[in-house]
Design a binder for this molecule. Structure first.
Ligand SMILES: CC(C)(COP(=O)(O)OP(=O)(O)OC[C@H]1O[C@@H](n2cnc3c(N)ncnc32)[C@H](O)[C@@H]1OP(=O)(O)O)[C@@H](O)C(=O)NCCC(=O)NCCS
Length: 295
């Protein structure tokens, strides 16, 4: 059972299941960027290639693309991460997790000019990962089926979400129970069940991106944020539990990825999103500078 099939959003810990054949084509369609200016200041990591303050760099990763047999993901991951991979019931889920986490470590190492093994990850009390000794570089991860996305930025706390688009999500029922009234009405008004599901998943990813940026995840309450009114420059997240102040976020849909809905959220401001496909080989063999246009 996946998270959309569960009635209680607090229990939605499962994942959308199957590999998407469109992933490889969809992410391959994105091009190469122009040079951008990088930040160079960060305590603890004096030499680094941090994204410019006004940029969120989004890596799109095909998690089902076969790797060269010599690829050594084990050597990149921590003991805890290797143990976690062993606990997955299905080998496919384990290998998707390992590749996505290895890419996260390779990305952090590239931006901070260190080695992936030296990155110490910590989590907040709701499980949001961060870098233990670095406050300047923020990141967030999402995966759905065979697609993984990672957002890296110095624009502040960031949240990202992707979901494979499918029709059996119970769009109208879940929206009427857990979304705001405006959002639920918008979904109910869509002409066909397919359009309802698509509208639902687009709103869902916007909401989850905000809740992940704020660090609370779905515990923050799906109805605590309304993402139906564009522009999404000043989206308010109400404090559902009273343990934090209300906050404001800017939300942006990801550039179209065939078969998926996706969104990213970060503090209000003039940041822009640079969205690129990245392969394991790019991260290992030093092609990241070309992909992200480092001067
Ligand atoms: C965390 C949560 C948002 C994940 O949602 P999802 O759609 O199933 O998964 P996604 O693929 O979008 O995101 C998963 C990634 O989000 C990140 N993440 C985990 N907790 C997070 C949080 N509270 N806020 C932001 N990001 C979080 C992790 O990097 C995770 O990647 P990993 O599985 O490789 O470690 C959802 O499960 C949730 O809100 N749970 C409630 C919080 C909770 O109960 N935490 C338990 C630990 S205290």
């Amino acid at each position: 059972m996946d998270k959309f099939a569960r009635q209680n959003p607090m229990d939605w810990m499962g994942k959308v299941g199957q590999a998407q054949p469109a992933v490889m084509n969809a992410i391959a369609a994105h091009g190469i960027s122009l040079p951008i200016k990088r930040n160079s200041m960060n305590e603890g990591f004096p030499q680094c290639k941090l994204p410019a303050t006004a940029t969120i760099e989004v890596w799109m990763i095909d998690l089902d693309r076969p790797l060269n047999p010599e690829a050594n993901l084990d050597g990149i991951l921590s003991i805890e991460e290797r143990n976690r991979a062993e606990r997955y019931l299905y080998p496919k889920d384990a290998s998707r997790f390992m590749l996505c986490r290895a890419m996260l470590r390779l990305g952090l190492a590239w931006y901070l000019e260190t080695t992936p093994q030296k990155i110490a990850l910590a989590t907040n009390r709701h499980g949001k990962p961060c870098i233990a000794e670095c406050s300047a570089l923020n990141f967030n991860v999402s995966h759905s089926g065979g697609l993984g996305v990672i957002a890296f930025t110095t624009a502040g706390e960031v949240g990202i979400d992707v979901e494979a688009i499918r029709c059996d999500v119970g769009a109208v029922e879940i929206a009427s129970a857990h979304f705001t009234r405006t959002e639920a009405a918008m979904i109910a008004a869509a002409a066909t069940p397919q359009e309802q599901a698509s509208a639902f998943l687009h709103l869902w990813t916007r909401k989850e991106a905000v809740l992940k940026a704020a660090g609370c995840g779905l515990l923050g309450g799906l109805d605590g944020v309304d993402v139906s009114q564009e522009p999404l420059d000043q989206v308010r997240l109400y404090s559902a539990t009273g343990d934090r102040a209300e906050s404001f976020w800017r939300v942006q849909d990801l550039e179209q990825i065939e078969g998926f809905a996706g969104a990213v959220a970060a503090p209000t401001g003039n940041w822009s999103v640079l969205q690129r496909p990245v392969r394991y080989e790019d991260a290992i063999h030093g092609s990241l500078g070309r992909i992200f246009g480092v001067e």
